[in-house]
Ligand binder design. Structure first.
Ligand code: NAI
Length: 247
């Protein structure tokens, strides 16, 4: 489904990003994965993915730094013939605290990583996509950005921002052949949610229509749909993949 396509996935070495990278490679894509700090994890993921036979590159860099997006664009220009077909803005962090205890830095750090990072990446890579008049951008939102969550003022703001940015970018880029959509995951079992106790997870599952937490593969399958020609008439949409948590 993605044969000979090139995809950039931020935070692609673990969790949801890794599941997306895996399904993209399984479907024939070359992938460039950006990660922030864990070299061993990045190398291990790259080795696993390379077994599927497509090109896999990992690049260390903080998406909150605009230089990282520039470096990735440079890599696409030099090593991938200036062609990037898919961008998945997946990298994200939480720093949950009640607002009364949230410092300015707690707030800004999450916005910088989750929202500014996606902006820098979209700006750099859509400029390359425009030249080919083709591309699919997928931004990772969250149920928290749609309905809010206590102790997540920073995170909800970043993810609501992702939704607005997705809609505006879709309107700007549609006539240039580029689709821009977002996925709003519900409660997905990854390192991000591993801090919760089994009791907290059981309680969370009680509010989910399908009665279970999601797996990274549930999000990856939605990303495959949005990245591929299967969704060629879909843009400016926020697809909730949350087991019916919000309905
Ligand atoms: P995770 O914590 O397992 O993985 C996040 C990845 O992003 C890591 O590889 C990390 O190194 C990378 N990353 C974080 N900040 C970065 C930065 N500044 N620069 C470069 N890389 C950075 O998280 P998970 O669960 O896989 O989440 C992926 C995305 O899905 C995030 O945007 C998250 O907000 C979103 N999401 C996750 C949900 C869940 O329940 N797990 C629910 C809703 C949304």
């Amino acid at each position: 489904m993605l044969k000979d396509k090139t995809a950039v996935i931020t935070g692609g070495v673990r969790g949801i990003g890794k599941a997306i990278a895996r399904v993209f490679c399984e479907n024939g894509a070359n992938v460039v994965l950006c990660y922030r700090s864990n070299d061993a994890e990045a190398e291990k993921t790259a080795d696993e993915l390379k077994e599927m036979g497509t090109e896999v590159r990992v690049l260390k860099g903080d998406v909150a730094d605009p230089e990282t997006a520039k470096k990735i664009a440079e890599l696409i220009k030099t090593d991938f013939d200036k062609k990037v077909d898919i961008l998945v803005n997946n990298a994200g962090i939480t720093n949950d605290k009640l607002m009364m205890r949230m410092s300015d830095e707690d707030f800004t750090k999450v916005i910088n990583a989750n929202l500014n990072g996606a902006f820098y990446m979209m700006k750099e890579l859509s400029a390359l996509m425009v030249k080919k008049r083709s591309g699919s951008i997928i931004n990772m939102a969250s149920v928290s950005g749609l309905k809010g969550n206590p102790a997540q003022v920073n995170y909800s703001a970043s993810k609501a921002g992702i939704v607005g940015m997705t809609l505006s970018a879709a309107k700007e880029l549609g006539r240039r052949g580029i689709r821009v959509n977002a996925i709003a995951p519900g409660f997905i079992e990854t390192d991000m949610t591993a801090v919760l106790t089994d009791e907290q997870k059981d309680n969370a599952a009680k509010n989910i229509t399908l009665g279970r937490l999601g797996q990274p593969e549930d999000i990856a399958n939605a990303a495959l749909f949005l990245a591929s020609g299967m969704s060629s008439y879909v843009t400016g949409q926020v697809i909730s993949v949350d087991g019916g948590l919000i309905m």
